[in-house]
Design a protein around this ligand. Structure first.
Ligand code: DUC
Ligand code: ZN
Length: 463
């Protein structure tokens, strides 16, 4: 039989194994994996790696934050994601006053559905104004918001008692809470102290958000989640202090996971000492830290103490970043950096090629565990019956990253001049080739909102 599409002669890399075989696609699904498969269309992947499509469960597209809106919209952001080998993302919903969670979901979908080039899901944010709306969580979960975002920082910060109530409500539907863990009171005190002392440049951004207190917040939220009997995922881990809390919890058998991001794996905090707006561009929270912390993050990915890599992709333009410099106040710089396009290749190049992780750990951290954790039932692996979300990755291709090379809708990159070995050649989304020889050939609107939910019987404890 001739399948619709066959990827021939590639080396298949999954989270657990590597082997040579053909992959046959029928319609939107992987139909068979074997030798000498034939297709109406065939793509030769000799010398290439064939992996599941990468899954990024932490992105902020056209997201209003303060005065600004992140500069990638649902089209440009998902196009850049696809060019980097990502076939599914999870973005966020923030309920506005007067809306129900379901109305907020519908409003966010109305923005995203016509534009997305790849499949996507949405986390429902639970802020302080949502604590009186926790009875809407079952409806949000049933509508496909399998995960709920809780902040311990910013205006959306929940106090410890609010975290407890939110965790219990999320636990009741078997949803996944995902948390931004920082100690907001201490951050505010240190920011105020620095500004009062005339310490206004971005150099003082990481100094106002110490690793010690990120670890404290992580430990506290793990304990509150444990009391509530819920699993927990910790976003954007930047330091050994937080890794240690997650590892200790997991050693006790608790269902706690953690992620880190390329900005923390490829940069150190000296980026904040660059002059003028250049020092403002890398401002994100938690902040980029020193070399020892970066080394600790790589070690944690290699040892399994951290389970996944996401991006927290949230780009703001140079002009928007400049406003914080003009105000002479690092705390007014809009926080967030781009990374949606570079993640998969960056982890391969700097992780696998440098011997820190295996190719199977790379796929696990960027594809399989994010898909499983976020409740994408048919994504993140190469198995018959799964969505035909696949990447043909050229492990030898050398690229030099630059704003011109990348496709994110922002006029700078944190990775200017960085050389990577390994890049995505072809991306397939539910059977459609959407990136071919490094060129985007997909369409906005072809991606789909994926309802994510978990088995009612058990909380998945990820090994
Ligand atoms: N951190 C950022 O830097 N930007 C967006 C949200 C976040 O947590
Ligand atoms: Zn984020």
């Amino acid at each position: 039989m001739n399948y619709d599409l066959v990827i021939k002669n590639g080396r298949i890399i999954t989270a657990h194994t590597s082997y040579n075989a053909d992959i046959a696609i029928q319609g939107e699904k992987i139909a068979a994996i074997g030798q000498n498969l034939a297709g109406e269309r065939e793509i030769d992947a000799s010398g290439k790696l064939v992996t599941p499509g990468a899954v990024d469960i932490h992105v902020h597209l056209q997201m209003p934050i303060g005065k600004f809106t992140s500069s990638d919209d649902f089209f440009t952001g998902t196009r850049a994601a696809a060019l980097g080998g990502t076939t599914a993302v999870v973005d966020f919903i923030e309920r506005q006053p007067g809306e129900t969670m379901l109305e907020a979901l519908a409003a966010r979908r109305a923005l995203a559905d016509p534009k997305v080039a790849i499949d996507y899901g949405l986390h429902m944010t639970i802020g302080p104004n949502d604590i009186t709306h926790l009875d809407e969580i079952p409806a949000a979960y049933a509508a496909g918001c399998g995960s709920f975002k809780l902040y311990m920082a910013y205006g959306l910060r929940l106090t410890d008692d609010q975290l407890l109530h939110a965790f219990r409500a999320i636990r009741a539907v078997n949803g996944l809470p995902v948390v931004h863990a920082e100690n907001w009171d201490v951050i505010c005190a240190l920011v105020d102290e620095n500004l009062a002392n005339g310490n206004t440049t971005p150099h003082y951004h990481p100094l106002s958000r110490p690793a010690l207190m990120e670890g404290e917040a992580a430990g506290r939220v793990i304990d509150i989640a444990t009391l509530a009997g819920t699993r927990l995922h910790i976003f954007h881990v930047t330091c050994a202090e937080t890794v240690g809390r997650i590892a200790a919890a997991r050693a006790r058998g608790l269902p706690v996971t953690g992620e880190t991001c390329p900005q923390y794996l490829l940069n150190t905090q000296e980026v904040y000492d660059r002059s003028g707006v250049a020092g403002a561009l890398p401002v994100c929270a938690p902040p980029i830290r020193g070399q020892e912390q970066q080394d600790a993050l790589w070690r944690a990915l290699g040892s399994g103490d951290l389970q996944l890599v996401t991006t927290d992709h949230c780009p703001f333009t140079r002009a928007e970043k400049e406003t914080g410099i003009a105000a002479n106040d690092f705390s007014q710089i809009p926080g967030g950096v781009p990374g949606i396009e570079v993640r998969y290749a960056a982890v391969y190049s700097q992780g696998v090629r440098h011997g820190v992780m295996t190719e199977n750990q790379w796929v696990d951290a960027c594809c399989t565990t994010p898909a499983k954790l976020a409740g994408f039932a048919n994504k993140g692996d190469i198995l018959a019956g799964y969505d035909a979300d696949l990447v043909i990755f050229d492990p030898d291709k050398k690229v030099t990253l630059s704003t011109e090379f990348l496709h994110e809708n922002v006029d700078w990159t944190l990775y200017e001049g960085v050389q990577l070995q390994g890049w995505t050649e072809t991306t397939i989304s539910r059977g459609r080739v959407i990136v071919e020889n490094g060129k985007f050939v997909g369409r906005g609107g072809d991606g789909r909102f994926i309802k994510r939910r978990f088995s009612d019987s058990a909380i998945p404890i990820l090994a």
